[in-house]
Write a protein that binds this ligand. Structure first.
Ligand SMILES: [Zn+2]
Length: 446
């Protein structure tokens, strides 16, 4: 278990009124510098400043980014925030407070880190699990990467503020939390095959209350503050699980890899980038469909597939990855990285035989564990619709793009998922075809 940076999480009604106590107890005499954008300043930023001032804590700034066009976590914005902190720090310690959703939090999280100072996060939407995790998702040279930085010292989330967030952000949070249903399954697969271990405490934190927290999609869409807080608490716990684990395994599997690939292709909705949770929701449905196909085989069928599956040479592996990315406009550096990852993941010879033997010998256990407490695609898809998540069509996800994103997703991270199991059994392409046909049927029905 790693040491957590986050020392205090407060969520609930009127949580903002507790900020002065939290600031004083954790940071003593640091001077708060509030960061917001024009929308989140109105939603909560000005209240945060008033509450702190009312308690005799004088705030610096605020530093308010424009509300339109919507904020991007990129190197320019981080440089702006970072120099604002550096300027203020000339006269004494500064405590940045990020009042906003995931993007603003990522900007301030990284800017605070660059200035070697802790920061406090005041989320205005339950939209991502990044509030309590380390690392910031930032666009560098046109591509999203995770830049290293610490998690916040404290998170203070007011459920009424979050319930007033734009509907798409609420639905995106539902998608990012529901993703843990399929990423948890990927983790189970890796553990059952002896590739990774699962710490019971980290598992409980990220998976223990998942189903009950996801049980009220309609109430979330209707902005019921309790339903909103359940999603937020789930996202927060996942971030903490990542801190305890020291990596993103408790939060991310094939569905996030698919989402990263869609991001590389610049998926937009009404001219603006699709939200993280929207892409992840789509990835979650695709991962769920793939799992239903792969795990639908019985032990005898799995054995036949394993016997038939052919070994791939490193040369063929590299050729295949380069073909997947050919013509996409994705920079060579990213393609080279995908080749590197794919070669690291490739198992050949005795290692491959052992892998297949393990898959076959543990097939029944693997199926049982992987399906336990995991809703099927139909139920997930229904819940997403009730939560107000965008459909594949609304996200502009065409069959070729879906096909590409699943193919590419297997190449970008060295982490075992349902996509790798399909590949090991030689049914990856067949699985993608089945996923596409199911999605097409669904789109036709709408
Ligand atoms: Zn996520």
């Amino acid at each position: 278990m790693k040491t957590r940076t986050t020392q205090s999480i407060t969520s609930g009604r009127n949580a903002l009124t507790l900020l002065p106590k939290i600031v004083e107890s954790l940071t003593g005499r640091s001077r708060p510098l509030i960061f917001a954008d024009e929308n989140t300043w109105k939603a909560a930023g000005s209240r945060v400043a008033d509450i702190l001032a009312g308690a005799g804590i004088h705030c610096l700034g605020p530093y308010v980014f424009p509300g339109k066009p919507s904020l991007h976590a990129d190197t320019e914005r981080i440089a702006e925030a970072s120099s604002a902190i550096a300027r203020a720090a000339r006269d004494g310690p500064v405590l940045p407070i990020a009042v906003g959703s995931g993007t603003l939090n990522d900007i301030v999280k990284r800017a605070a880190f660059e200035n070697h100072t802790p920061y406090i996060c005041v989320p205005t939407a339950p939209s991502v699990d990044g509030y309590t995790s380390f690392g910031a998702a930032v666009t560098v040279d046109g591509f999203k990467t995770t830049l290293p930085c610490d998690a916040p010292l404290a998170v203070v989330a007011d459920e009424d503020v979050m319930a007033g967030a734009p509907a798409r952000l609420l639905a995106a949070g539902y998608g990012d939390l529901a993703a843990k249903l399929v990423s948890g399954r990927d983790w189970i697969l890796a553990e059952t095959l002896g590739l990774e271990t699962i710490d019971p405490g980290v598992w409980e934190l990220s998976q223990g209350k998942l189903l009950e927290r996801l049980a009220a999609p309609d109430r979330l869409a209707a902005r019921d503050p309790v339903a909103v807080r359940l999603i937020f608490d789930g996202l927060c716990d996942t971030g903490l699980a990542m801190q305890d684990q020291g990596d993103s395994r408790p939060a991310s599997g094939a569905e996030h890899h698919i989402s990263h690939c869609l991001e590389m292709r610049g998926l937009t909705v009404n001219g603006a980038d699709a939200l993280h949770g929207e892409k992840v929701a789509a990835g979650t449905l695709l991962s769920a469909l793939m799992a239903e196909f792969v795990l639908g085989h019985d032990a005898g069928e799995a054995r036949i597939l394993a016997d038939r599956a052919s070994e791939q040479s490193p040369e063929a592996c590299e050729r295949e990855v380069r073909e997947v990315f050919a013509g996409t406009g994705i920079p060579n550096a990213a393609i080279d990285a995908a080749v590197r990852v794919s070669l690291e993941k490739l198992v050949t010879g005795v290692a491959r035989e052992n892998r297949l033997a393990r898959i076959c010998s543990s097939w029944d256990v693997l199926r049982r564990r992987a399906e336990e407490k995991r809703p099927r695609y139909a139920e997930l898809s229904e819940n997403f619709a009730r939560a107000g998540c965008l459909s594949f069509r609304e996200l502009g996800l065409t069959a070729p793009l879906i096909r590409w994103s699943i193919s590419a997703a297997r190449t970008i991270r060295n982490r075992y998922t349902i996509l790798d199991l399909a590949r090991d059994l030689g049914i990856f392409e067949e699985g993608i075809n089945l996923v596409i046909s199911k999605i097409n049927n669904q789109i036709l029905k709408i």
